[in-house]
Design a protein around this ligand. Structure first.
Ligand code: ZN
Length: 85
């Protein structure tokens, strides 16, 4: 938790509920989330509305991988079209 009582941009209650729902594990690799919130990332989609959609809690490694996949995901349709011609 940071100095303002917020954890990764959401309040502590929501953060703890998410962590409990995920059994204290990263949503993708299922490794245990540490108590050190610096290593826990709230993954959210912000492009659809003013209210971000929280997808889950990830470990820092998985968050980095998710961002890479999101970047390359945009290229996939063009690559598939190219490969099919
Ligand atoms: Zn992970």
């Amino acid at each position: 938790m940071n100095k303002t009582g917020q954890t990764c941009g959401i309040n502590t209650e929501v953060f703890e509920q998410l962590k409990k729902l995920q059994n204290g594990r990263c949503k993708t690799c299922l490794s245990p989330l540490t108590d050190d919130t610096r290593h826990i990332i709230v993954d959210r989609l912000e492009m659809c509305s003013d209210t971000p959609i929280i997808k889950g809690l990830l470990c820092a490694d998985c968050k980095a991988k998710v961002e890479i996949v999101r970047y390359y995901e945009r290229l996939v349709p063009g690559l598939l079209r190219y490969l099919s011609t």
